[in-house]
Design a protein around this ligand. Structure first.
Ligand SMILES: [Zn+2]
Length: 112
């Protein structure tokens, strides 16, 4: 079967949409499974650790490989269920997000 030009465009558009969709920033609150899954699928992504309701007073930027956000800390049972949540995405969009909140993403001294 030969695709009509219109169909080809359509497929290309869907792929582009998929790509953009994958790059969108995601906020994980009360969703450890989703957060861990995102880390596995985005090994070069970035993560902001913040309160459950993101606040400009605490926005810590980490690389996705940082131990402090990919391994549970001593005494912690959850990444996103307690007082904290995670915002995941590309570094530039996370920094823009922090500015939108009226704060700035503070780079983690361990990984950035
Ligand atoms: Zn870090």
């Amino acid at each position: 079967m030969v695709l009509a030009p219109h169909d080809r465009l359509h497929i290309k558009h869907d792929r582009m949409y998929q790509w953009m969709h994958d790059e969108l920033m995601v906020h994980f609150a009360h969703n450890d499974a989703g957060y861990r899954d995102w880390l596995v699928k985005h090994p070069s992504g970035y993560v902001i650790n913040t309160y459950t309701n993101p606040s400009p007073s605490y926005l810590k930027l980490h690389h996705g490989s940082c131990r402090s956000i990919s391994r549970l800390q001593r005494g912690a049972r959850t990444f996103t269920d307690g007082d904290y949540s995670k915002v995941c995405g590309e570094r530039a969009e996370l920094e823009a997000y922090a500015r939108q909140l009226g704060g700035s993403a503070e780079p983690c001294p361990l990984c950035l």
